[in-house]
Design a protein around this ligand. Sequence first.
Ligand SMILES: [Fe+2]
Length: 310
Amino acid sequence: MRSAVAITREGDGPAGRRETLVDGSAVVGAGVGLRLPHLREVATRAPAVEWLEIHPENFLANPHATELLREIVSHRKVALHSVGLSIGSAEGVDRAHLERLRRFADEIDPLFVSGHLAWSTHRGIYLNDLLPLPYDEESLRIVTTHVHELQDALRRRYVVENPASYVGFGGSTTPEAEFLAELASATGCGLLCDVSNVYVSASNMGYDPYAYIDALPAHAVAEIHLGGFIAEADAAAPGGEVLIDAHSAPISPQVWDLYAHALRRFGPRPTLIEWDNDLPTLARLVAEAERAERVATSVSNEARRDAVAR
Ligand SMILES: [Fe+2]
């Protein structure tokens, strides 16, 4: 797969911030989420994927894992996906954690630094969930302020991921895709389109996942995630089911179809396979990444045939 990629230019933007632009002139293929059980295998036998994504919170207090990561970044591009920045928290971003992340990012020089549109801290307590926020003017103001703060501290473009949704707020005034588009416009941040999250949220909340993809600003989409979900009985709706973004299963046929649609809409994009629970072998993850490459190649060939026929 040949993909658009983040191009980092020193010194552009306010206060010398390193602005990252997606223009397709540099490329990366599909990657896999690197979890601690696979760390030594990846450090010693480089897998056949072009890039990897890690959760920096798994490394910040783990010197041995960080040592292996240093070996890996010498031969593989690595992206950071933070699960601790809580950009949706009204109390603000934890500056001590942000400073730890800045130092880590400066050492790793990641392909991307990303995190969810969610909140997970309250009065200094870190909650083990990515919690939803209402999509309204006040939330947009809060999240915009925090994304500016992150980008100024990291001196990198931050990339914001759409969450998997299980509940909505009656007070929301803006559809999620529009909220993300406004956030990207206000801050210059990138967007991480988790296609599986789009499918899960659309099923749970009752909207069209294809229309959601169509509503995102293609130029801002820097990265795509694909992960497996599970279905559970919905206690709130007898006979119904709720989809859970469990990252514990193969990617579903419906998500592969939606991924192809996303590539037609956005163009080729760096795509990451996420699998966190019931972790399979690394070879199984690499096979999913290879499937993503095949889908991307097929969409590119289709676009080329269409261009020739015109
Ligand atoms: Fe994701």
